[in-house]
Design a binder for this molecule. Structure first.
Ligand code: FAD
Ligand code: DHB
Length: 384
């Protein structure tokens, strides 16, 4: 079996790459370890930057996103007993974000690939990549897929990155001493905009998926387990953290999904080796506070598509050679922003009273200085 681009992983990165390559007349095969149902139900990100929305709409997979996505023109930072709005329309005119579940993006992309006769294979076990220096091929379940290029879109725990010989990659990483407990609930959002809250009990985030479904996150200890968090405990803690301003009442409802996400930052450089190109979480992870992971995956794929189009279209390898460098500027900006948002809004066990005062002072600055608020807004909506 032969294709031009062998893609490992049917997350947002792998599926979008396959779709964009198809639009350029380049063939690909997507190999995914999990079942279709599993990847379509996996609840994760929800905030799409303008650039991500534009990419999906231009690629013809934005019809439902446009219909069902929730445009947002600001967010609230809540701390010290008051809410403070960061108004995107004033600070970064014409730029905004859209709330639309990652699994909806995945569903739309799978539907588009299958409608176009695309080769997306689920429940593929024992994927391994070979011949990265010159003649790349992928093996899986006794089969062999020859290709000209391999795209490693298999997320943080995938096989692509570990296949790069030792000593090639420089790795930069940080683990945070806490995790996020995320839930979905059948209840109308209690606020029109996302609320990022800092309290002495820890961070909480009020997000949403639709007019009838809300999404929440709680800062929890790094070793927290879903079993430790029965529904009543979750609602009590969300109330304690979010009902920290007068007059705000949190609506509650049936919890339909619960998960714990570790908080970690990671970058592997360069994002390529021989004929293997890494995109999305396979190359880098950010803590979710800045809502950047999915958007970075889409940005990588945009760069990789242009590079592959130049390569297959007229034999030019220049863009492919510069792929990693072209992506890493955005990656590091997102790393810094995500670290900054995380540090600003979470409580750290080893923080002394001095550290807490610094944090409050910074929050006050960000919500009172237009320059500081613009920094937040500009990064949140994403680089053009
Ligand atoms: P993935 O989505 O991880 O996809 C990788 C795919 O490869 C998976 O389907 C996996 O099953 C498959 N795979 C793995 N190993 C193999 C193998 N050996 N063989 C074949 N297939 C394999 N980002 C944002 O931008 N905004 C947000 O608001 C946001 N919130 C988040 C909230 C949470 C709770 C979490 C967990 C993440 C959040 N993120 C957010 C991050 C975002 O979800 C990820 O960055 C995004 O999923 C990256 O996409 P990807 O395609 O690179 O990787
Ligand atoms: C969501 C996730 C995030 O990481 C974030 O910063 C904002 C919103 C969400 O899932 O809705």
């Amino acid at each position: 079996m032969r294709t031009q681009v062998g893609i490992i992983g049917a997350g947002p990165a792998g599926l979008l790459l396959s779709h964009l390559l198809h639009l350029r007349g380049i063939s690909s095969v997507v190999l995914e370890k999990r079942g279709r149902d599993y990847v379509e139900r996996r609840v994760r990100a929800g905030v799409l930057e303008q650039g991500t929305v534009d990419t999906l709409v231009e690629a013809g997979v934005g019809e439902r996103l446009r219909r069902e996505g929730l445009p947002h023109h600001g967010i609230e930072l809540r701390y010290g007993g008051a809410g403070h709005r960061i108004p995107f329309e004033k600070l970064v005119p014409g730029r905004s974000i859209t709330v639309y579940g990652q699994q909806e993006v995945v569903k739309d992309l799978i539907a588009a690939r299958l409608a176009a006769g695309g080769d997306v294979r689920f429940e593929i076990e024992d994927v391994a990549v070979h011949g990265l220096e010159s003649e790349p091929y992928v093996t899986f379940g006794g089969e062999r897929l020859d290709c000209e290029v391999i795209a490693g879109c298999d997320g943080f725990h995938g096989v692509s990155r570990p296949s790069i010989p030792e000593g090639v990659l420089s790795v930069f990483e940080r683990e945070y001493p806490f995790a996020w407990l995320g839930i979905l609930a059948k209840v109308a959002p209690s606020s029109e905009e996302l609320i990022y809250t800092r309290t002495e009990r820890g961070f909480a985030l009020h997000s949403m998926r639709s007019p009838t479904v809300s999404r929440f996150y709680l800062q929890v200890p790094a070793d927290a387990r879903v079993e430790d968090w029965p529904d009543e405990r979750i609602w009590a803690e969300l109330r304690a953290r979010l009902e920290s301003v007068p007059g705000f009442t949190l609506g509650t409802g049936e919890i339909t999904e619960k998960g714990v996400t570790p908080m970690r930052a990671f970058v592997a450089e360069p994002m390529q080796y021989g004929r293997l190109y890494l995109a999305g979480d396979a190359a880098h992870i950010v803590p979710p506070t800045g809502a950047k992971g999915l958007n970075l995956a889409v940005a990588d794929v945009r760069v990789l598509t242009e590079a592959l189009a130049a390569y297959f279209g007229h034999g030019s390898a220049e863009l492919l050679d510069g792929y990693s460098e072209a992506c890493l500027r955005r990656v590091w900006r997102a790393q810094h922003f995500s670290w900054w948002m995380t540090t600003l809004l979470h409580t750290f066990e080893d923080d002394d009273p001095y550290g807490r005062r610094l944090q409050m002072s910074y929050l006050e600055y960000v919500t009172s200085s237009e320059a500081a608020a613009t920094t937040l807004a500009e990064n949140y909506v994403g680089l053009p």
